[in-house]
Design a protein around this ligand. Structure first.
Ligand SMILES: [Zn+2]
Length: 252
């Protein structure tokens, strides 16, 4: 980060501590221009940090100011770097989060979706920036339960399928009419949760999965308790309940 940026950051912090919010905002905006022109994500993150502080200290009103700030940044980024720039996508992701704080869920979703599609096109669908955007969208769509949300969640299952080694088991579970919860983690790893107790030995005999598929039984305070199968090549997993109970089915 250059000296000019460092001076501006000090200015923002000083102004903020004295309650001179307009002055702080003006310094932030200058900082933005420098950050954008240097393509320096690190300083954009710092600006983001300063804006977040503002949100915490000053509540919803601050979120609105922060919207002004990120909308302006978004326009600047689109104008100077273009809508397909990764930096612009980062800005959109942050603006989306501000919309979400304001309960503008639809606006939030469209912003982060725009960011996701740039990340996917430029960095690949399994890049962690892309995955992070998908995870954010999954959590927001998961809350809203509209038709559009269902369409998105179905899209995630198609775009990020469980690896070919675990697909026969997924198919088997689906054929029993069980509800599967499809989760995603970094590098595009898939974890499927099924609300059932899996008889690992019986399933092993029935499906004879590839040697890369190993039985997993974990009873751990930190990682949780489950029984299931994991693929050692792709690090994808299918997990069921740890305990047997009449409330959920046994799968053989
Ligand atoms: Zn696999």
């Amino acid at each position: 980060m250059n000296d000019k940026a460092a001076t501006l950051i000090r200015k923002v912090e000083e102004a903020e501590s004295q309650g001179l919010y307009d002055e702080a905002q003006a310094a932030r905006e200058k900082l933005l221009v420098i950050s954008l022109e240097s393509h320096d994500i690190e300083s954009i993150d710092l600006v983001d940090y300063l804006a977040k502080e503002q949100i915490t200290i000053r509540g919803v009103e601050a979120a609105e100011k922060s919207e002004w700030f990120y909308s302006r940044l978004n326009l600047l980024a689109e104008e100077r770097l273009g809508p397909d720039s990764i930096t612009t996508a980062h800005v959109k992701r942050k603006l989306g989060k501000v919309f979400y704080i304001q309960s503008r869920v639809q606006d939030a979703i469209s912003m982060v979706e725009a960011a996701r599609s740039v990340f996917a096109a430029r960095l690949g669908k399994n890049d962690n920036h892309t995955i992070e955007a998908v995870l954010t969208l999954m959590s927001w769509h998961g809350e809203s339960r509209t038709l559009e949300s269902q369409i998105f969640l179905d899209w995630v299952c198609r775009e990020y399928p469980v690896c070919e080694h675990l697909q026969p088991l997924e198919k088997h579970l689906k054929s029993l009419g069980l509800n599967l919860k499809h989760d995603l983690s970094y590098h595009g790893r898939v974890r499927i949760w099924v609300d059932a107790w899996l008889d690992l030995g019986a399933i092993q005999n029935r499906l004879k999965p590839s040697p890369s598929v190993k039985q997993e039984v974990r009873d751990d305070i930190r990682d949780g308790s489950f029984r299931g199968f994991a693929c050692s090549v792709h690090e994808h997993e299918i997990e069921g309940r740890y305990d047997q109970n009449p409330e959920w089915p046994n799968v053989r």
